[in-house]
Design a protein around this ligand. Sequence first.
Ligand code: SF4
Length: 298
Amino acid sequence: MQLSDYVNTFGQDLLQRYGERVHKLTINAGFTCPNRDGTKGHGGCTFCNNTSFNPNARHPPSIATQLENGRQVIAKRTGARLFMPYFQAYTNTYGDLQHLARLYEEAIAAPDVVGLSIGTRPDCVSEEVLDLLVKYQQRGYEIWLELGLQSAFDETLERIQRGHTFAEYRQTLLAARQRGIPVCTHLIIGLPGEERWHNLESLNRVLELGVEGLKLHPLHVVKHTILAKQWQQGLYHPLDMSTYVSIAADMIERTPPEIVYHRVTATASMDILLAPNWCHKKWAVLNAITATLRAIHS
Ligand code: SF4
């Protein structure tokens, strides 16, 4: 038994629709974030790693080079021939429209690219950006807007210094869906001050508004963050793995089957991860979620 026997995974969904595997290739397009540059805030989200904002990260190789490097790694491992560039680092709609169009166009230009996935903040997606994304859809590309909501509770969003509200998420989500742009919403399990019921209620609120995809993520404590200081002072206690697995399985079970899970856990690299230490064991977490779902269905 594998995860996709119990979860509508993005990998399986793409496989069925394209008849072969489609791999996401992560792109760093050199964006920054309004929650760090002073537009929305200075400190950033409490869990956001400051070293991500070092000068090298802001001047990455060209998109074509990143795609080619990613292609070679993936092709060796899996033989995949179709790709979806994923603008992941920072806020990938934070720039003037011409700049965004040039970057997206560069990513979409190769014949083996089937579409784009654009990760961003809910308060940073203008009507013009949505209209630009629609144009790619009209050209036959698959476009996903990935919105980092993390929690549907404004108290939590304030506590982790997100610099946006649930109402802003709602507004962007509805504007995207009105245009037929599918949205994948990111939620974090284990946020400070939150318990299982918060995660379930966040899921409810997201499902009520409507969404096409979801990503679940355990809260990582990584070096050089406000959260790391809170953890060191005993003010934040990370989740243990079994609690994470149980909450994630519960959320998956409450999700309508047509909604695609793009991810049900995430890892952080060992050189920056402080806690919880199980976060780097992606397969152990995935296997435990699969086993929990199997037990529920047996
Ligand atoms: S919105 Fe993203 S990039 Fe910006 S501070 Fe928060 S986690 Fe970091």
